[in-house]
Ligand binder design. Sequence first.
Ligand SMILES: [Zn+2]
Length: 350
Amino acid sequence: MGNRPSRWYAPLGFWLRTIAIMVATVWFEWQWATTGWWVWGALVGWMHAFIGLAVQHDASHGALSKSPAVNAFFSYGADWIGNSRWLWMQQHVIGHHPHTNIEGHDPDAHSAEPVLLFHSYDKADSPRRGFHAWQWLYMFLVLPWYGPSLVADYKQLAHMRHGDEVPPNPWTRTQRPLAVATRLWYIGRICLAPIVLGGASIASGLLLVPLVAGGILTFVFVVSHNFEGSDRFPTMTKGDSVDWYKLQVRARVLLQCATAGRCKRGGLYVTRVSCAQVETSCTYGGWWAMFWSGGLNLQIEHHLFPRLSSWYASILVPTPRIALLLYAHPRTGTTRKSHRWYRKSARSTA
Ligand SMILES: [Zn+2]
């Protein structure tokens, strides 16, 4: 990778994919608005999910370009698909990333409650009910509603605040007029135009695109931090204050330590101190999965290097010393297995 800053940002392939997404989005949206045919609507939903996964996510992290203006412009992709750049910033960059899987701080940890539970609560205060035993099945019917519920969430827009996890911010409220205007623009071209101009039914006009986009987005995002063996209490003790050192600094220090070769026999050490960002995230697939998911398949790499272009995240995977650390827990599934795997890998690459 080197230390050249330009290699951190989106390369040519990323931009070509972005142009293809933009052209396809405009074409599909035009067809959907003028014909009202559900196939065009489904394709629009797919492109909107693609914008969320592969364009605005990187842009919101400042990973597209060295230029803040370029990152800011493409961050408004969130507004184009029915969300808001600033609400996404609160939910994802401020809430989710530093506090992954910490109930009460990570908005994603409980956003589907009480219908779906991702968190493993203690028995005393658990909101778990009998029907949750079937959530592995009905989740596929529930998750797509993330899209329509987000588009219709005027409370968030009115206050320009995603939720209680992030404190109120007077400056963010100054962005409300633009956020409201872009939301109305979304409703006009995606929901109303197909009904008025294309003859689509009211139900499909209002729901089809956000349901498809919401389904794709949530299916991909949910896998990233909810899997067998994922750490549900990265602060170690429930109720404790958040250990910022453990969440951020230690993970990076250990990564540097491992890459610099100072952890020659340090497998047990690394796994014992448990890097929260690593243990709450998972990585699967390779380059093609990165291409179609916008790098959401490489969450361990993304959470350790959020400003690295998702296009490059797959390059980190084969680097042995980084791989030692990145894959220590989630890939192998259990702590014991990861101890054995890590020790073996540490010896073979020391
Ligand atoms: Zn992210």
